[in-house]
Write a protein that binds this ligand. Structure first.
Ligand SMILES: Nc1nc2c(ncn2[C@@H]2O[C@H](COP(=O)(O)OP(=O)(O)OP(=O)(O)O)[C@@H](O)[C@H]2O)c(=O)[nH]1
Ligand SMILES: [Mg+2]
Length: 230
């Protein structure tokens, strides 16, 4: 229906999402509030290689566990709105902390590009980052950029373009748990598949349910089972 491809920017606070968003969308932005919430929503458009994109700058979040309204908004967008591509913006100088969120997104989303931002700062600190190793380990494209210096942006856009065209594919590697937990996940997942088919990432849902994520269960009720449950 839409002639736009939708791209979501997710990442920890302060990783340069808005800097990247502003670089790409310039003045073609508008701001609103998330439906029913007080979190600011920023959306903008840009063109690249004959494709039109609608980019959404999600609020910074450390996880998708809905510990805050910001995290809830980020989670709900990736989970329910199903962007064509989710770009995870990571601070290349703090990868250990940042990768937590990236791994969560890989559980939810099929089309993911990992964007290692602040590469200028990482290089200034003498850090060497081998994106090929990241790519192999995570199973999704990884691009190094500096949103502030505007380096690596064409490579990022090209990666998004090729992902949409199916020239490259994502095969996200997810974390495997111990045998008992995996058995529980599988048990729940079978039941969830019977309800949702492939409309929702059932493995992620099973993991979150085992963790007792009430907020997620409520969000699914609201999004999939309408008003009658309240
Ligand atoms: N050195 C360097 N600084 C950057 C880069 N990208 C962003 N910054 C700086 O990092 C700070 C945070 O950037 P923002 O774009 O606001 O980060 P954000 O991810 O939108 O932050 P939240 O919206 O709070 O989650 C700003 O001071 C930017 O100028 C980069 O590539 N290199
Ligand atoms: Mg921002």
């Amino acid at each position: 229906m839409s002639e736009y491809y939708r791209i979501a920017l997710v990442g920890n606070p302060n990783t340069g999402k808005s800097t990247l968003f502003n670089t790409l969308t310039g003045l073609r932005q508008h701001t609103g509030n998330w439906a029913g919430k007080t979190v600011e929503l920023k959306e903008g458009t840009f063109e690249f290689k004959n494709k039109s994109y609608r980019m959404i700058d999600l609020p910074g979040s450390y996880s998708l566990y809905s510990n805050s309204l910001d995290e809830e908004v980020a989670r709900d967008y990736v989970l329910f709105e199903k962007p064509d591509v989710t770009v995870v913006v990571l601070d290349a100088t703090a990868l250990e902390r940042n990768l937590n969120l990236a791994l969560q997104v890989l559980e939810i989303s099929k089309n993911v590009v990992i964007c290692l931002n602040l590469i200028d700062e990482a290089e200034k600190r003498g850090m060497k980052i081998y994106e090929q190793i990241f790519m192999r380990k995570l199973g999704v494209p990884v691009v190094k950029i500096s949103a502030r210096n505007k380096t690596g942006i064409p490579a990022l856009l090209d990666t998004i373009d090729r992902l949409i065209d199916g020239v490259i594919a994502c095969n996200p590697n997810t974390i495997k748990y111990d045998a008992e937990t995996e058995a529980n996940i599988n048990y729940l997942e079978t039941k969830l598949i019977a309800i949702f088919g492939d409309r929702l990432p059932t493995r992620w849902l099973a993991i979150r349910m085992l963790d007792g994520d009430q907020s997620l269960i409520k969000a699914i009720e609201d999004n999939y089972f309408g008003e009658e449950v309240h």
